[in-house]
Design a protein around this ligand. Sequence first.
Ligand code: F3P
Ligand code: MN
Ligand code: MN
Ligand code: MN
Ligand code: MN
Length: 538
Amino acid sequence: QRRSGNYSPSFWNADYMLSLNSDYKDERHMRRAGELIVQVKMLMEKEADPVVQLELIDDLQKLSLSHHFEKEINEILFNASTMYDHKNKERDLYSTALAFRLLRQHGFQVPQEVFECFKNDKGEFKGSLSNDTKGLLQLYEASFLLTEGERTLELATEFATKFLQENEKLNDADDDTHLMSCVRHSLDIPIHWRIQRPNASWWIHSYKRRTNMNPFVLELAKLDFNIFQAQYQQELKQDLRWWKNTCIAEKLPFARDRLVESYFWSTGIVQPRQLEIARITLAKVIALITTLDDIYDVYGTLEELELFTKAIKRWDISSIDQLPYYMQLCFLTINNFVDDTAYDVLKEKDINIIPCLRKSWVDLAEAYLVEAKWFYSGYKPNLEEYLNNAWISVSGPAVLCHVFFQVTDSITRETVESLFKYHDLVRYSSTLLRLADDLGTSLVSRGDVPKSIQCYMNDNNASEEEARRHVRWLIAETWKEMNVEMVSVDSPFCKDFIACAADMGRMAQYMYHNGDGHGMQNSQIHQQMTDFLFQQWL
Ligand code: F3P
Ligand code: MN
Ligand code: MN
Ligand code: MN
Ligand code: MN
């Protein structure tokens, strides 16, 4: 008697998706976008008020337009960083916090001491700030750029959260509802933890309603969204054809058929437009990982799984006869995929990455087997022991390994070694993925091993709510470390890869925010995916 995950079939209509043919592939839309980009650049240049300049940058980032303006943004921020005198006490909270956040996001060093002037003799934030909702919101957002030990910024999160929550409750209908909707959105997930592109829609809606919005910016935001969407549809179609060809969904009906969700992950993790091969490849990786995960978590017997893991470790295609059919199919699909992917990289970049890609699958399979053994023996690891394996079993390193070779221009032996020693960047990013996944998926009983929530409950005799609070705290702690890695000057990794790693954490927090967005779906995430992939802006 085999177990079942009771998963629903795919939530999407493949024929519909394969028939998509957006008009926004057309050259004339690109031309219009080009014109608008020129307009917005003029706007950035002409703006005399430095705070308004920063606000514009903030808007462009939220609307997912900042990639068009990297040079301009850096110039403005560079100037802001030189003007920034943290001893000057005449600053207001709003603009100080806004500048602080943008500067830190872009790797400029700004000390937490810029907030000293907003504290009283006891070292607490001044009570008089508690009504300044606009300033508090910026303080709140800025505080998430903290690193380990920055006590002022920790206090800032606590202080701002407390009063934002209170102000939100007090607020009645005739207050500034635009500001209040931003407050609620930020309290839900702060901007620094939010995935940019899949959230752009929310900001377009919000921007549209704003009194001082700029029509060029709005038009560009909608147009850019539609242009990206047209490209996404083409990429998704390629993935769909490949997926159909593998026959996995048909031959392994116990496994989740989640190609569209996998592609959606991929749009969040690999955001630069030109990295389309990386996105297409990554969607395949995630779809295959989902299949493999269900083999280990749900369908395989322990005996089969031990054989399977041995076969993957040897990677000996000629000796798979001893495996059950469904494992042969899965293994050969992964093998074909690895060979194809490696071939593309060999062609483009002159290096053979077959051993690297295989290793990432081997490490994943071994981590899966550890969990399978725990499950079958009824063993309950403590949280630390669980997490030491679970950041690998969530597939973060496997995902990032495939991403790495696609997005890195000059691959050196040294960076490859850092990658496979599972550099801290990989570890923190994967840890965020694991913790977010556990918050979203561990309640549903699918015969899994105990996840972080249950481990913490077992270890501490704690309630589920306490355990969830602890896991959320661990996420915040992990972000502090991520913040260091993201702007580290001696990182072995290129900017694009670092962004992908951070965005994997963010995408996880987005996908699992209202429950299991990948395996089960809920109406919110389903709507978000539909709007993002299939609904044009008019
Ligand atoms: C492997 C899976 C996931 C983990 C998420 C990883 C992605 C999308 C790169 C989706 F398919 O699901 P699941 O919650 O069952 O993983 P778990 O490790 O908890 O069994
Ligand atoms: Mn929410
Ligand atoms: Mn699973
Ligand atoms: Mn699993
Ligand atoms: Mn899970």
